[in-house]
Design a protein around this ligand. Structure first.
Ligand code: PMM
Length: 300
């Protein structure tokens, strides 16, 4: 799976939320067979990874306990990995990640970037698995109040750099790390657009970047009806596809989406037209920027 991190991309991560209250597919995949069937379909539609989450991270959501989270995700992970599907575990709890890795998950997708659980770095280091470090400032219940920035892109970049440094200091190898701006997490719609527009500044960290805009509410706001009613979740797909292509063209390594087929088709068009990345070659920049980041570290 480390090869996946080194891959030039684009990598498509399909979302499989096994929560009763997730805003996009909540409740529908509560049943194990339905969840597994959906995961297999995501893979067949072109997902390189199926991202399994047992805890809703929707703004305002209350937390569930770790045992409930494990109970929700583990059977799905076991069945999907047995079916040959590559799985990532979407959790910010070390205990859940450890159980998921033991059950066959290959990647840890941590929306807290290692901040929520001090033990996560050890689990990832010992498993030698890829670790997605998302930008995060606090749990869902409080995150709306945390959306204050001087310059959102500079602040997110600096806070991600801190998470990278903490991961490296804990002994996690640099080639296991992927960063993610965390769209919608302690961010207003304006913050999300600013981050999307200035992706190269985040790519300058020198790590592969995952972009997760799929069906998020800022797209619903953009496409709102004349009376201001946001576009419903299920009708944000064309906008999601557009964000995927634009992010990949700007240099993102991967995208996290609900409708894998739509995004995979669009990215196939992007690849077939021979479209160059809008900003440099991924790997050159990655190598150059990684040493740049380290130079900064030495000067600090
Ligand atoms: N968004 C959600 C959950 N997990 N993980 C990463 N790495 N990046 C994201 O943007 C992200 C995530 C929330 O969306 P969902 O409820 O539709 O899964």
């Amino acid at each position: 799976m480390t090869d996946l991190v080194r891959a030039p991309g684009p990598v498509v991560m399909g979302v499989l939320n096994v929560t009763p209250d997730s805003f996009s597919d909540g409740g529908r995949y509560a049943d194990l067979e339905a969840a597994v069937g959906h995961g297999v379909r995501l893979r067949d539609a072109g997902a390189h990874l199926v991202d399994i989450g047992g805890e809703s991270t929707r703004p305002g959501a209350e937390r569930i306990d770790a045992a409930t989270e494990v109970d929700r995700v583990l059977p799905v992970i076991r069945e999907l990995t047995a079916a040959g599907v590559a799985v990532s575990i979407d959790t910010s709890r070390a205990r859940v990640a450890e159980a998921a890795l033991a059950a066959g998950a290959a990647v840890v997708n941590d929306v807290s970037g290692g901040l929520a659980d001090p033990d996560m770095a050890r689990v990832v280091r010992d498993a030698h698995c890829p670790w997605v470090l998302m930008h995060w400032r606090g749990h869902s219940r409080t995150m709306r109040e945390l959306a204050t920035y001087t310059d959102v892109v500079a602040d997110v970049r600096a806070e991600l750099a801190q998470r990278i440094d903490a991961a490296l200091a804990a002994g996690v190898a640099a080639d296991r790390l992927v960063v993610d701006p965390g769209l919608g997490f302690a961010k207003t719609a304006a913050h999300n657009w600013e981050l999307s527009a200035r992706l190269p500044e985040l790519l300058d960290l020198g790590y592969p970047l995952l972009f997760g805009a799929s069906r998020k509410s800022y797209l619903g706001g953009l496409l709102a009806a004349p009376d201001g009613t946001p576009r419903p979740t299920a009708e944000r797909e064309a906008a999601t596809v557009a964000t995927s292509v634009l992010a990949v063209a700007a240099g993102a390594w991967g995208v996290r989406v609900h409708d894998v087929r739509a995004t995979a088709d669009a990215l196939a068009v992007w690849a077939a037209t021979g479209s160059p990345r809008l900003v440099g070659a991924h790997h050159d920049r990655q190598q150059g920027a990684r040493s740049h980041h380290h130079r900064q570290e030495v000067q600090r």
